[in-house]
Design a protein around this ligand. Structure first.
Ligand code: ZN
Ligand code: MN
Length: 132
Protein backbone atom coordinates (compact mmCIF):
# COMPACT_ATOMS: atom_id res chain seq x y z
CA UNK A 1 0.00 0.00 0.00
CA UNK A 2 1.08 3.50 -0.77
CA UNK A 3 0.52 4.80 2.77
CA UNK A 4 2.67 2.12 4.35
CA UNK A 5 5.40 2.72 1.85
CA UNK A 6 5.54 6.40 2.77
CA UNK A 7 5.03 6.03 6.49
CA UNK A 8 8.32 4.18 6.58
CA UNK A 9 10.06 7.24 5.20
CA UNK A 10 9.72 9.05 8.52
CA UNK A 11 8.94 12.39 6.96
CA UNK A 12 6.13 14.54 8.31
CA UNK A 13 2.99 13.59 6.38
CA UNK A 14 0.77 16.63 6.08
CA UNK A 15 -2.37 16.50 3.90
CA UNK A 16 -0.51 18.49 1.24
CA UNK A 17 2.38 16.08 1.28
CA UNK A 18 0.00 13.14 1.03
CA UNK A 19 -1.59 14.70 -2.04
CA UNK A 20 1.85 15.09 -3.60
CA UNK A 21 2.71 11.50 -2.73
CA UNK A 22 -0.50 10.15 -4.16
CA UNK A 23 0.07 12.11 -7.39
CA UNK A 24 3.57 10.67 -7.65
CA UNK A 25 2.67 7.11 -6.70
CA UNK A 26 3.00 4.96 -9.84
CA UNK A 27 3.39 8.09 -12.00
CA UNK A 28 5.60 7.34 -15.02
CA UNK A 29 5.40 10.79 -16.64
CA UNK A 30 8.54 12.11 -14.94
CA UNK A 31 6.87 15.37 -13.88
CA UNK A 32 8.67 18.59 -13.03
CA UNK A 33 8.03 20.35 -9.72
CA UNK A 34 5.79 22.78 -11.64
CA UNK A 35 3.75 19.89 -13.09
CA UNK A 36 3.25 18.47 -9.60
CA UNK A 37 2.33 21.88 -8.22
CA UNK A 38 -0.30 22.38 -10.93
CA UNK A 39 -1.73 18.90 -10.42
CA UNK A 40 -2.13 19.21 -6.66
CA UNK A 41 -3.07 22.88 -6.45
CA UNK A 42 -6.72 22.19 -7.29
CA UNK A 43 -7.01 20.21 -4.08
CA UNK A 44 -5.01 22.68 -1.97
CA UNK A 45 -5.36 26.17 -3.48
CA UNK A 46 -3.32 27.73 -0.68
CA UNK A 47 -0.39 25.34 -1.08
CA UNK A 48 2.83 27.06 -2.02
CA UNK A 49 5.31 25.97 -4.63
CA UNK A 50 7.90 25.77 -1.83
CA UNK A 51 5.87 22.99 -0.20
CA UNK A 52 6.10 20.94 -3.38
CA UNK A 53 9.76 21.63 -3.76
CA UNK A 54 10.59 20.88 -0.12
CA UNK A 55 8.60 17.64 -0.23
CA UNK A 56 10.50 16.56 -3.33
CA UNK A 57 13.79 17.37 -1.62
CA UNK A 58 12.79 15.32 1.44
CA UNK A 59 11.74 12.36 -0.73
CA UNK A 60 14.92 12.62 -2.75
CA UNK A 61 17.02 12.58 0.42
CA UNK A 62 15.18 9.44 1.55
CA UNK A 63 15.91 7.80 -1.81
CA UNK A 64 12.21 7.51 -2.54
CA UNK A 65 12.24 9.80 -5.57
CA UNK A 66 14.94 10.19 -8.19
CA UNK A 67 15.82 13.62 -9.49
CA UNK A 68 16.50 13.43 -13.22
CA UNK A 69 18.67 15.95 -15.02
CA UNK A 70 18.03 14.55 -18.50
CA UNK A 71 15.78 17.55 -19.32
CA UNK A 72 18.25 20.42 -19.19
CA UNK A 73 15.49 23.01 -18.90
CA UNK A 74 14.09 21.71 -15.59
CA UNK A 75 14.58 18.97 -13.05
CA UNK A 76 12.22 16.05 -13.48
CA UNK A 77 11.17 13.64 -10.78
CA UNK A 78 10.73 9.89 -10.85
CA UNK A 79 9.05 7.92 -8.04
CA UNK A 80 10.48 4.71 -9.51
CA UNK A 81 13.69 4.41 -7.53
CA UNK A 82 14.71 1.11 -9.14
CA UNK A 83 17.65 1.20 -11.50
CA UNK A 84 16.51 2.01 -15.02
CA UNK A 85 17.41 4.23 -17.94
CA UNK A 86 15.59 7.05 -19.72
CA UNK A 87 14.82 8.15 -23.25
CA UNK A 88 13.81 11.79 -23.83
CA UNK A 89 12.25 13.44 -26.86
CA UNK A 90 14.38 16.42 -27.91
CA UNK A 91 11.25 18.30 -29.05
CA UNK A 92 8.43 17.73 -26.54
CA UNK A 93 10.67 16.56 -23.65
CA UNK A 94 8.54 13.47 -23.03
CA UNK A 95 10.60 10.98 -21.03
CA UNK A 96 10.02 7.24 -21.08
CA UNK A 97 11.57 4.46 -19.04
CA UNK A 98 14.02 1.98 -20.47
CA UNK A 99 14.10 -1.17 -18.37
CA UNK A 100 17.04 -3.11 -19.67
CA UNK A 101 20.39 -4.15 -18.32
CA UNK A 102 23.27 -2.95 -20.41
CA UNK A 103 26.35 -4.97 -19.73
CA UNK A 104 28.84 -2.31 -20.56
CA UNK A 105 32.30 -3.11 -19.42
CA UNK A 106 34.97 -0.51 -19.12
CA UNK A 107 38.58 -1.38 -19.79
CA UNK A 108 40.61 -1.57 -16.59
CA UNK A 109 42.97 1.14 -17.75
CA UNK A 110 40.10 3.63 -17.75
CA UNK A 111 38.60 3.00 -14.33
CA UNK A 112 41.60 3.91 -12.14
CA UNK A 113 40.90 1.07 -9.75
CA UNK A 114 37.20 1.84 -9.35
CA UNK A 115 34.82 -0.96 -8.59
CA UNK A 116 32.11 -0.03 -11.14
CA UNK A 117 28.67 -0.71 -9.67
CA UNK A 118 26.34 0.27 -12.48
CA UNK A 119 25.33 2.79 -15.08
CA UNK A 120 22.49 5.15 -15.85
CA UNK A 121 22.07 5.94 -19.50
CA UNK A 122 20.31 8.95 -21.02
CA UNK A 123 19.02 8.28 -24.52
CA UNK A 124 17.59 11.08 -26.62
CA UNK A 125 15.71 11.26 -29.87
CA UNK A 126 12.40 12.30 -31.43
CA UNK A 127 9.22 10.61 -30.28
CA UNK A 128 6.67 9.20 -32.72
CA UNK A 129 4.19 12.06 -32.11
CA UNK A 130 6.80 14.70 -32.87
CA UNK A 131 7.98 12.76 -35.89
CA UNK A 132 4.59 13.05 -37.64
ZN1 ZN B 1 8.14 14.40 -28.73
MN1 MN C 1 11.91 6.60 -14.90
Amino acid sequence: MMMEKYRNLHIKLTPQRLAILSYLNGNTSHPSAEDIYKAVQGQFPTMSFATVYNTLEALKNKGSVQELKIDHAKKRYDPDSTIHHHLICNKCKNIIDIHKDFNLSLPDEMTEGFDVLGNSIEFYGICSKCNK
